[in-house]
Ligand binder design. Structure first.
Ligand code: CA
Length: 228
């Protein structure tokens, strides 16, 4: 049974989420204190963390930043403020998703299911044998040989396209901003146009579309790109 840690100082909210999750047969632990919550999250026994942004001491984004130094456990941020900045900085720090309070419990449950599904899919593909082989849905990347196949059919990619696709797959289900992709694929010293990312995403999509009907790359409006 998936185990979920709820880091939320507001007791009534935490308890409400806990009751709903337990009703869905999840195991849950509440931490109302962000330092204790961070410690619990780091120890690796949870399958997913629900992390409130508004905490009395450390801000939730800071908790996430510290957590990401040692753990890639899936995190869904809870935010009371419908602030684009919070969402972007949460996603920048590696949140898998976020939900704005007040939310319908069904929406939270759906997001939890989606994030758990993605994380178990990503785990199988990384653990699945050879480290040089990266798989995602019907895509297989051989990072040593720099070859890509989709549904068994070869896809010819340039070096940049390959690195871009590899970066997206290694971060499957995490939204990467254009800036992050620029940095990871083109490097800190890249001084060209920022829309180079959009251009290469377009190239990649059109090459992948010629061999598969699967839509691998999703555009998250105002944020960036992800594969899921
Ligand atoms: Ca709170």
């Amino acid at each position: 049974m998936p185990k979920i840690l709820i880091i939320e100082d507001e007791q009534s909210m935490a308890r409400f989420i806990q009751l709903e999750l337990e009703h869905e047969q999840y195991e849950t632990v509440i931490s109302g204190d962000e330092r204790n919550g961070l410690e619990l999250a780091e120890n690796g026994e949870f399958d997913l963390i629900l992390l409130d942004i508004m905490l009395p001491g450390l801000n939730g984004v800071e908790v996430l930043r510290r957590l990401r130094l040692s753990s890639d456990v899936p995190v869904i941020m809870l935010t009371a403020r419908d602030s684009v900045m919070d969402k972007v900085s949460g996603l920048d720090m590696g949140a898998n998703d976020y939900i704005t309070k007040p939310f319908a419990i069904e929406e939270l449950l759906a997001r939890i299911r989606a994030v758990l599904r993605q994380s178990s899919a990503a785990k199988t593909s990384v653990i699945g044998g050879d480290k040089d082989i990266l798989t995602f849905k019907d895509l297989t990347m051989d990072c040593a040989r720099h070859t890509v196949t989709c549904g068994g059919k070869p896809v010819e990619l340039t070096m940049k396209e390959f690195t871009l696709l590899q970066t997206l797959i290694e971060n499957a289900s995490i939204v990467l901003t254009r800036e992050q992709l620029l940095e990871k694929v083109w490097g800190y010293d890249y001084f060209g146009e920022a829309n180079v990312v959009d251009v290469y995403i377009r190239y990649l999509r059109s090459k992948l579309e010629t061999v598969s009907d699967t839509k691998f790359i999703t555009t998250v409006r105002g944020m960036g790109y992800t594969v899921k």
